[in-house]
Design a protein around this ligand. Structure first.
Ligand code: PMV
Length: 313
């Protein structure tokens, strides 16, 4: 048996979602899959390979390791009694940040164990467990990563006390985008804290930025639902300008975005916490998608052609 946790791209609202504003995000084809394997050739215990180092870790023996902590949270939430098995974790995502790899890791393990042991977990429960894991990676996650990773598809998300708002957006036809990796490792928690510090130091500036974003997201939601991609692209560009004002873009992200827009992309912005990580580019149609991907690859960045608006149950 296996379980899949989707990677994600945030089309609108990274950082704003941490403060309870709505965001729009999509599951992407890049994902983490967890395979359950019987422990026939191994000693007793639970083993899983670390996605970053590839190292095989015996659960319980390396408490300092992140994966061991992730497994610990999942097993305790699932009230799972230890057995002997091997979890083979396979990913085609960048684990450097910006694709939601930590959420995908947790979701893939929960969904794999759910299927293997017929635990009858629903998505809401898996989502909750993955949120608890996200808290390991940074103290104040909005919950957008684990939500998209669990449910898939295209989602409007809003963090709320007493229950987050999750609205699935259905498209008639999935839309082509390009995800471009700066290759720079950065820490989501640090980026979130950096925004918090600036916001505390300069509340007036941030009030303006936040109210600008509210208007952008409102228009974006309507345009996305109507599949008005030119409009969506312009709004993505506006969202990127706000993120730049918040100092979370980087020269690599700016270079990617310029190259993509020069190649004819409808819109481009960073996705995830920024300061490196990835850019998401709206490039409807196979031809434009190819052109944009080539322009970014030419600049020396890994580019992934993706379809947004599919995947999930
Ligand atoms: O860097 P990522 O892929 O984990 O995305 C983080 C998105 C933020 O809005 C910056 C943080 C959050 O918890 O929503």
């Amino acid at each position: 048996m296996s379980g899949v946790g989707f990677g994600k791209a945030i089309l609108f609202g990274e950082h704003f979602v941490v403060y309870g504003l709505p965001g729009i995000a999509a599951a992407i084809e890049l994902n983490t899959t967890c395979f359950f394997e019987k422990n026939s050739d191994r000693k007793e215990g639970i083993f899983a390979n670390d996605l970053v180092t590839g190292e095989l870790i015996k659960y319980g023996e390396h408490p300092e390791k992140r994966l061991a902590e992730v497994l610990s949270i999942i097993f305790s939430e699932l009230n799972f009694k230890e057995k002997n098995f091997h979890l083979k974790l396979v990913t085609n995502m960048s684990v450097k940040g910006g694709m939601g790899s930590s959420a995908a890791l947790a979701v893939s393990i929960c969904k794999c164990l759910d299927k293997e042991f017929s635990l009858n977990l629903d998505n809401a429960f898996v989502n909750d467990v993955a949120y608890k894991v996200e808290k390991l990676f940074h103290s104040n996650p909005s919950g957008i990563d684990n939500t998209v990773s669990t449910y898939g598809g295209l989602i409007r998300f809003r963090k709320k006390n007493g229950g987050n708002e999750i609205e699935k957006i259905m498209l008639k036809k999935p839309v082509e985008m390009v995800l471009v990796d700066t290759g720079l490792i950065r820490d989501t928690g640090e980026a979130v804290d950096f925004v918090k510090k600036q916001k505390e130091e300069n509340p007036k500036k941030f009030e303006g930025i936040f109210s600008g974003y509210v208007g952008i997201e409102k228009e974006a939601l309507v345009a996305v639902k109507k599949e008005q991609w030119e409009k969506v692209g312009k709004l993505m560009n506006k969202n990127q300008l706000l993120l730049k004002e918040m100092n979370v873009s980087s020269k690599e992200l700016d270079e990617i975005i310029d190259a993509a827009l020069d190649a004819g992309a409808f819109g481009a912005k960073l996705t995830g916490a920024g300061l490196g990580g990835n850019a998401i580019i709206l490039s409807p149609g196979k031809e434009l998608q190819e052109k944009v991907a080539k322009a970014c690859t030419k600049k020396g960045y890994n580019s992934y052609k993706i379809l947004v608006g599919m995947l999930g149950d």
